[in-house]
Design a protein around this ligand. Structure first.
Ligand SMILES: [Zn+2]
Length: 186
């Protein structure tokens, strides 16, 4: 698949340059900014580097990959480095059991763009995200049925909205990834 590598500058707010531990799961998100492109969201993460470390309200955010509404895929962070996508003050018990207290250290973050505020994903986004997740499941030896998490499952944040409000759509997505993994492994 065509992945545009457009890496962020190493900086404290979006690309700390730290090595990931063993990858235990993929975490999917929505960008929560309807109609924006993968590139625009990548540029937002890049813009965070201009904040001051003295700013108590500074934002820390990034993801490894962003999948756009047309199915375009932008990679912001190398697969062996930490991104800031599931950090929180409190984690679900399931997440603590699976990842310990710093889930960002062992998860790959994938942001999905969406045309509207209801968060429903385009067919193109779902197709590209499914293919990307399948490749990552093979690369990191993950099981699509249990190693793909919603941000919601890690912190209870309503993200990605469509998959939280339509859990059957998330199940269908994981099944499509499992199908793609089987086809790629054959
Ligand atoms: Zn999220």
């Amino acid at each position: 698949m065509n992945i545009q590598r457009d890496l962020l500058t190493v900086n404290p707010f979006s690309r700390p340059g730290k090595k990931l531990d063993k990858v235990k799961a993929l975490a999917v998100h929505w960008v929560a900014n309807a109609g924006t492109t993968a590139k625009q969201n990548r540029n937002y993460f890049e813009s965070l580097k201009d904040q001051s470390l003295n700013d108590a309200s500074a934002r820390y955010a990034s993801a490894h990959f962003i999948v756009g509404i047309s199915g375009e895929v932008v990679q912001c962070i190398p697969g062996e480095e930490v991104a800031y996508h599931v950090g929180a003050k409190k984690y679900t018990p399931e997440a603590v059991t699976a990842f310990g207290y710093i889930p960002n250290n062992c998860t790959i973050g994938i942001e999905l763009c969406h045309p509207r505020d209801d968060g429903q994903f385009s067919t193109e986004t779902l197709r590209a995200a499914g293919e990307l997740c399948a490749l990552l499941c093979i690369q990191f030896d993950l099981d699509p049925a249990k190693d793909i998490w919603r941000h919601f499952d890690v912190t209870a944040k309503v993200c990605p909205r469509w998959f939280v409000e339509h859990p059957e759509a998330f199940d269908e997505f994981k099944q499509s990834v499992a199908g793609a993994v089987n086809r790629l492994r054959r």
